[in-house]
Design a protein around this ligand. Structure first.
Ligand SMILES: *[C@@H]1O[C@H](CO)[C@@H](O)[C@H](O)[C@H]1NC(C)=O
Ligand SMILES: *[C@@H]1O[C@H](CO)[C@@H](O)[C@H](O)[C@H]1NC(C)=O
Ligand SMILES: *[C@@H]1O[C@H](CO)[C@@H](O)[C@H](O)[C@H]1NC(C)=O
Length: 223
C-alpha cells in the first residue's frame, strides 16, 4: 500500500514535471540556445528582428491563432487586407526543434476599421507584424515571437521606414500595455524590455536598418 502510494506520488510528480516542460511554464526559450535565431529570414539575405515576444505565461487563449488575432484587434491591428498577401511569407527558426517555419499569420494596423482599415494600411504604410509560435518538441513554451516593423507607404515601395523596427515595436507596445478589449474579451498587458537576445546594430538585418537590440516581452492576461 505504501509502495503503491509512493509510486503514485512519483507518477504525479513526473506528470507535473512534464507539464512544466511542455505546458507553457516559462516566458520563452532563447532560440539561439536551440540552434535558432532571433532574426527571421526575409528571403533577401537578411532578416527582421524578432523584437516582441508574447510570453508563454500569458493566458493560453491569447496564444492560439484566433486568440492572437483578437488581441491584435484590441490593440489596433487586423488580418491582412481581405486575406491578400502583399509579399512572400518569411520564416523563423525558434530553436524548438522544428527548424525554419513560415510565419503563422501577418497582421496590419487597421486604422480604426477592423475590416477595411488594413487595405488603407496597404496604401499609406503603417505598422505590421508577423507571428511565429515556439511550439516545437524541444522548446515548447507556446510563446509567440513577433517581427514588428513600421512600413512606408506604397509610393515608397512598402519599404521599412528608417528605424522602422524600433518605431514599430514601441508603437505596438504602447498600444498594448494596460487594459484593452475587443470582441467581448478584455486584456491586461505588462511589458518588460530585454537585452542580450538581439545584438544592437544592423548586422544581418533586412534593409541594413540598425536597431537598439531591445526585445520587449509582453505578458497578456485575459481578465
Ligand atoms: C513557406 O511559404 C512558401 C511560399 O508560400 C512556400 O513555397 C513554402 O513551401 C512554405 N514552406 C513551408 C515549410 O511551409
Ligand atoms: C507617402 O510617403 C511620401 C514620402 O514620405 C509622402 O510624401 C506622401 O505624402 C505619402 N503619401 C501618403 C498617402 O501618405
Ligand atoms: C523599452 O525600450 C524602449 C526604447 O528605449 C522605450 O521607449 C520603452 O519605454 C521601454 N519600455 C519598457 C517597458 O521599459
Amino acid at each position: 500500500m505504501f509502495a503503491l502510494r509512493a509510486l503514485l506520488s512519483l507518477l504525479t510528480l513526473q506528470a507535473g514535471f512534464c507539464a512544466t516542460l511542455q505546458g507553457r511554464a516559462v516566458d520563452f526559450f532563447n532560440p539561439t540556445a536551440g540552434g535558432g535565431s532571433m532574426l527571421d529570414n526575409a528571403g533577401s539575405g537578411g532578416g527582421e528582428p524578432l523584437n516582441v515576444i508574447i510570453s508563454g505565461l500569458s493566458s493560453p487563449d491569447v496564444l492560439t491563432d484566433d486568440g492572437i488575432v483578437n488581441f491584435a484587434r484590441a490593440i489596433g491591428f487586423s488580418t491582412e487586407c481581405f486575406g491578400v498577401h502583399l509579399g512572400d511569407p518569411q520564416s523563423a527558426n525558434l530553436g524548438d526543434g522544428d527548424g525554419w517555419v513560415n510565419q503563422t499569420i501577418e497582421l496590419r494596423e487597421d486604422y480604426g476599421d477592423a475590416d477595411a482599415g488594413t487595405c488603407l494600411e496597404s496604401l499609406v504604410g503603417g505598422n505590421h507584424f508577423r507571428v511565429y509560435r515556439q511550439n516545437g518538441p524541444t522548446a515548447n513554451s507556446g510563446a509567440l515571437f513577433l517581427a514588428v516593423s513600421q512600413e512606408e507607404n506604397v509610393s515608397q515601395g512598402h519599404t521599412i521606414a528608417p528605424d522602422g523596427y524600433g518605431i514599430g515595436r514601441d508603437r505596438l507596445v504602447s498600444s498594448a500595455i494596460g487594459k484593452t478589449s475587443f470582441g467581448g474579451v478584455s486584456y491586461t498587458t505588462s511589458a518588460k524590455n530585454l537585452t542580450g537576445l538581439l545584438a544592437p546594430g544592423s548586422n544581418g538585418i533586412n534593409h541594413g536598418i540598425a536597431t537598439d537590440g531591445i526585445t520587449t516581452l509582453l505578458t497578456v492576461t485575459i481578465n
